[in-house]
Design a binder for this molecule. Structure first.
Ligand SMILES: Cc1cc2nc3c(=O)[nH]c(=O)nc-3n(C[C@H](O)[C@H](O)[C@H](O)COP(=O)(O)OP(=O)(O)OC[C@H]3O[C@@H](n4cnc5c(N)ncnc54)[C@H](O)[C@@H]3O)c2cc1C
Length: 487
């Protein structure tokens, strides 16, 4: 039996667990509410997986390097923070992605939208796919609309439309590059909802995307960038959020929440090496598996659903080279590595081409990405071991002899949510359980969007829901003397 939460009129204290972009976005929304708001962060810094550093004069992103422009919530927040002028776009006119096949980098044919070909000639000319796959892709154009189906894996969906090779050499490397996941496990409903909708409406994905492109064509040809970022790196967003909540939200670093329990219509949160904290509302803004650990024992049914959301690890590496020793032209955004190629790398971004002004002119920067099982196997490797292995693979794949002059690696254990088949059902159950547990909110990348914009959207929505419950500014009570180190 769950206690009803304190009535809105008595709502005073809000606790946010997790100081990544999700927790910070919630704190930002609550900063002027008059509520006593505390943010607990287990590590010694804010930002979670967002982390920008300077390596040899190069701007290096340890986590996300950008956010997708199509989803407005990150840009909205950035503008509110007064950073609108700091936003820069990817150099889309230079955008070209290569796929490694039989040890060679082959450019993705022009007109491929995620995995659907929308232009005939480049498809016919590419050596990336066999004639048989090209024929399957051409015939897909004539598919009729199909009725709505139960959730399937992305692999089933792709093979059904374009055949096995399209799954192995398009879908698999792209999903590994974005989600760190595999098409056999990821849910098409959660990961490619637009494609499912197109299948239902038009049958053929290629025909639908071709028509959409035709309708949206711009006379000037000047399209807005696909990816946006901040001139000074993604950490600029974290720093601005930190600045905006300073003095308004209590931030406790090195404060690891251990248990969240209900107590007399409120919440009690046990914190490592500190007295428990009490709050009227709690937002857990951590990976779902961490939220499961916090609720385990107190709320097994919710914890079980949260624990059902799989997470993958990843390792990113920044390798700085020097010209003229480094000879590759970097004529594209980088490359993806299908698992069939049996390499350590999952993907590599050619940073100098993707964004301007990230490095001095004579220092090319390669950003390596190792995802999934391969990342788990490399989490414990030292920087020197990673530099040797990754650097060697880059030399082989890209065909240069230069050694990096500096490198830096970031290890993100169980950080990328994997929306597996049935994910929407699990999230539906979680939302239903949350409705029966008023006052408790879950944010982060485990639920309805893995990227930075979605994390911001979900967190601000949670905070706004709390704000709506406050009739007016509440009385601020002094923090408990035993609260963990406030910043
Ligand atoms: C390598 C990498 C590249 C990515 N690239 C992109 C990209 O280019 N574009 C994009 O949009 N998205 C990208 N993503 C996804 C996106 O960055 C994340 O989904 C998002 O930043 C997650 O933010 P978060 O605050 O929900 O979680 P996190 O950043 O994981 O933060 C959670 C925080 O909670 C803290 N915490 C955990 N448990 C506790 C506890 N018990 N008590 C207190 N604190 C706790 C952690 O220490 C951490 O600081 C990428 C992710 C990774 C890992």
């Amino acid at each position: 039996m769950i206690d009803p939460p304190r009535p809105a009129a008595e709502l005073r204290q809000v606790l946010i667990i997790g100081g990544g972009v999700s927790g910070l976005a919630a704190a930002y929304e609550l900063r002027d509410s008059g509520l006593e708001c505390t943010l607990l962060e287990a590590s010694g810094r804010l930002g979670g997986v967002i982390s920008t550093e300077n390596v040899e004069g190069c701007l290096v992103e340890g986590g996300p390097d950008s956010f997708i422009a199509q989803k407005p919530w990150a840009l909205e927040l950035i503008r509110e923070l007064g950073l609108g002028d700091e936003v820069i776009g990817s150099n889309d006119s230079l955008r070209r992605t290569y796929i490694l096949r039989d040890g060679r980098l082959i450019a993705l044919p022009d007109g491929i939208q995620f995995l659907a070909p929308t232009k005939i000639l480049p498809l016919l000319e590419t050596s990336l796919l066999s004639p048989r796959t090209k024929l399957t892709m051409a015939l897909e154009w004539f598919r009729r609309p199909s009725p709505a189906q139960d959730d399937r894996s992305v692999a089933e969906f792709v093979k059904d439309h374009y055949g096995d090779e399209a799954n192995e050499y398009l879908a698999q490397p792209m999903l590994a590059g974005v989600y760190g996941g595999s098409p056999e496990q990821l849910s098409v409903d959660s990961v490619l909802p637009r494609f499912v909708e197109l299948e239902r409406k038009y049958g053929s994905l290629s025909r639908a995307l071709f028509l959409a492109r035709w309708k949206q064509r711009r006379p000037s040809g000047a399209a807005s960038p696909l990816f946006l970022t901040l001139r000074g790196g993604m950490q600029t967003l974290i720093d601005a959020l930190e600045q905006a909540i300073r003095g308004r939200v209590r931030v406790a670093l090195g404060a690891q929440a251990q248990v969240v329990r209900r107590a007399e219509g409120r919440f009690e949160v046990e914190v490592a090496n500190a007295d428990p904290l009490r709050a009227d509302r709690v937002i857990i803004a951590t990976p779902a598996w961490r939220a499961a650990e916090l609720l385990q024992g107190q709320d097994p049914s919710l914890a079980e659903q949260l624990g059902a959301i799989a997470y993958g690890s990843c390792v990113t590496g920044a390798l700085v080279y020097r010209r003229p020793e480094f000879t590759h032209p970097l004529d594209g955004f980088g490359f993806l590595v299908p698992r069939a190629e049996n390499r350590t790398l999952s993907a590599c971004t050619w940073v100098n081409t993707k964004f301007n002004d990230r490095t001095p002119a004579d220092k090319p920067l390669l950003r390596a990405f190792i995802a999934g099982d391969k990342a788990d196997a490399h989490l414990a490797a030292t920087d020197a071991e990673l530099a040797g292995r990754v650097g060697g693979e880059l030399q082989q794949i890209m065909g240069f002899a230069a050694q990096p002059v500096a490198s830096s690696f970031s290890r993100w254990r169980r950080s990328m949510a994997q929306y597996q088949v049935g994910h929407a059902r699990v999230v539906g159950r979680i939302e239903e359980l949350l409705r029966q547990r008023p006052g408790l909110y879950l944010s982060g990348n485990g639920y309805d969007g893995i990227g930075v914009p979605d994390c911001i959207r979900r967190s601000r929505a949670a905070a706004r829901d709390i704000l709506q419950q406050t009739a007016g500014p509440a009385t601020v009570t002094s923090p408990p003397a035993s609260a963990p180190r406030p910043q």
